[in-house]
Design a protein around this ligand. Structure first.
Ligand code: TYD
Length: 147
């Protein structure tokens, strides 16, 4: 693929997932519905994360995703080639929506942190941009096109 969408960090947003707090515990639901910006094709979760670890460090051509701290907390920085924003995820019902064409980095993981990811596509390494220079070049071309 040679083009990446003209998305910006302002397209990244926190989505409050449906949740049901009770005296006996809280239940959170993610299901395909109008409450989500895409249909879920895959879920995966990341755990046993060393607290000083940095994960992510890539963008996607088409994948949309929602990241959630189902246990503990962590920071996600998003970058669109021009601007950067950082979100702290610390509640199991808060999901960060990231559209395609956004570079993301995850760090400052608390001990025992578990990251749940809802994804719009099945795993496809060809959907990744893992090189920052390539990413900024792709985004620059996109911005130039929209001038
Ligand atoms: P990666 O997406 O780079 O993880 P993160 O963004 O959390 O740092 O994936 C790490 C490794 O796992 C990489 O070798 C690809 C592999 N992987 C799969 O095989 N299937 C999957 O669904 C995912 C998300 C990753």
């Amino acid at each position: 693929m040679t083009e990446t969408p003209a998305t910006t960090v302002d397209d990244c947003r926190i989505i409050n997932l449906e949740h049901h707090p009770h005296s006996y515990g809280t239940l959170t639901v993610a299901q395909n519905s109008n409450a989500l910006p895409f249909a879920i094709k895959r879920i995966y979760y990341i755990y046993d994360i060393p607290t000083n670890s940095t994960r992510g460090g890539h963008s996607h051509f088409t994948e949309q995703c929602i990241l959630t701290a189902v246990g503990g907390c962590f920071d996600v920085s998003v970058f669109d080639g021009k601007n950067k924003k950082t979100f702290t995820l610390k509640r199991p019902f808060e999901g960060l929506y990231i559209p395609p064409g956004i570079w993301r980095t995850m760090e400052n993981f608390s001990s025992g942190c578990i990251v749940l990811v809802l994804s719009s596509i099945k795993f496809d390494e060809k959907d990744y941009v893992r090189d920052m220079d390539h990413f900024t070049e792709l985004k620059q071309n996109t911005f130039d096109k929209h001038l």
